[in-house]
Ligand binder design. Structure first.
Ligand SMILES: C[S@@+](CC[C@H](N)C(=O)[O-])C[C@H]1O[C@@H](n2cnc3c(N)ncnc32)[C@H](O)[C@@H]1O
Length: 355
């Protein structure tokens, strides 16, 4: 009975987030149209069949998120995790920022960095206003808005999609290693939400995060220092060339980064993850769905790149990451899909001495 009530509460909580996100998008569209009727991006309407499919995938993700908590992959409390104390000021700040975002989109101004933002030393592909985001990834303001923007984009399912890395990560670690202190790296750790979930699922593990954005790392540090347990070690650095020794980590995760990388960089990051992973270790990638396994949702993927500045997304949705993982040396590669995200689970072969 208690479980049923908790599940009902979780479903209601998610529905609330979803309805809020849909109402927000609708209001934002209306205001944008009112201010400048010609500023609407030319998006394609979604057919009733597509909307039904998305609804089914949404329900399936809710069910999987609930079941994984029930089976002990992570504590049920995590299902209700939400930065409530920041919600109202952040939501107000999103509206305040919106006219600049629309203007940037209209002007096709994709490298809009004010003089007080230090852009020295970053790769060129990174110096973009991804999603028309003010300051790209390079300011505290951007970091403050990001988490809520992701939840609004994904109708409240951003964290549920992030949590889908936990089951394959835990399973991969359990199969390959004794329960000694494990080292887990989250590549492109952003504001730290995936690391927070990994900490809850694997309280004894030593956690590491790497990201190019100092501002996002600052936000992650604040979030992660609030939770009990060893503080994750966060490093500012490029995932193409990570400051870790060979064969160091037992598990590596990466969430929502690969679609923001040019194809050769995607390959380099995969090779670098292979280098720093221990033989037998598990690598879990979470990113957008791709055309090959969701051709019926191609319209939605195209709308995404029309509405948001995502310069590498069109290439990403047709990229063969299995081939790239194999080329780097990974094996036992499997895929999953949850709602609008796709997962690659891969193993680094055990060395001769381990067999
Ligand atoms: C869409 S965000 C995803 C962040 C986080 N994983 C999440 O789940 O929200 C992409 C992140 O990738 C980081 N990033 C992009 N290119 C990178 C690179 N070459 N090395 C390290 N981090 C990178 C950005 O700074 C940003 O935090």
């Amino acid at each position: 009975m208690a479980d049923l009530l908790t599940q009902a509460a979780y479903t209601a909580f998610q529905l609330g987030k979803s309805n809020f996100a849909l109402a927000h998008k609708n209001a934002a569209n209306q205001v944008r149209k009112f201010i400048n009727p010609s500023s609407q991006p030319p998006i394609q309407p979604l057919s009733p069949n597509i909307l039904q499919l998305i609804q089914q995938k949404y329900q399936q993700l809710l069910e999987t998120d609930w079941q994984d908590a029930q089976s002990g992959i992570y504590p049920p409390d995590l299902l209700f995790d939400n930065p409530w104390e920041d919600f109202l000021p952040t939501y107000a700040a999103i509206w305040q920022d919106m006219p600049q975002v629309w203007d940037r989109a209209l002007q096709k101004n994709y490298q809009d960095f004010p003089p007080d933002i230090d852009t020295e030393g970053y790769p060129k592909y990174y110096l973009q206003n991804f999603h028309h985001q003010t300051d790209g990834y390079l300011s505290d303001k951007s970091a403050a808005l990001y988490d809520l923007q992701v939840e609004l984009l994904f109708n409240g399912m951003g964290d549920a999609m992030r949590r889908r890395v936990l089951a394959p990560l835990k399973q991969g670690l359990t199969e390959a290693f004794p329960p000694k202190p494990l080292r887990i790296l989250d590549v492109a750790s952003g504001t730290g939400r995936t690391l927070k979930f990994i900490r809850a699922a694997l309280p004894q593990a030593s956690l590491f995060g790497i990201d190019l954005s100092p501002a996002y790392l600052r936000k992650a540090t604040r979030l992660l220092s609030e939770i009990p347990g060893e503080l994750p070690q966060l490093v500012q650095g490029n995932a193409e060339e990570m400051p870790y020794r060979d064969n160091y980590f037992h598990g590596i995760t990466s969430v929502f980064m690969f679609h923001e990388l040019p194809a050769p960089v995607r390959m380099q990051v995969i090779a670098e993850c292979f280098r720093v992973l221990q033989p037998g270790g598990v690598f879990v990638i979470c990113d957008s769905i791709q055309v090959i396994d969701s051709p019926e949702l191609q319209v939605m993927m195209e709308n995404f790149s029309t509405m948001f500045h995502e310069p590498y997304y069109q290439n990403y949705i047709n990229d063969n990451l299995v081939e790239r993982l194999e080329k780097a040396g990974f094996e036992q590669i499997t895929n999953q899909s949850h709602f609008v995200s796709k997962y690659w689970i891969a193993r680094k072969p055990k060395s001769g001495a381990d067999l």
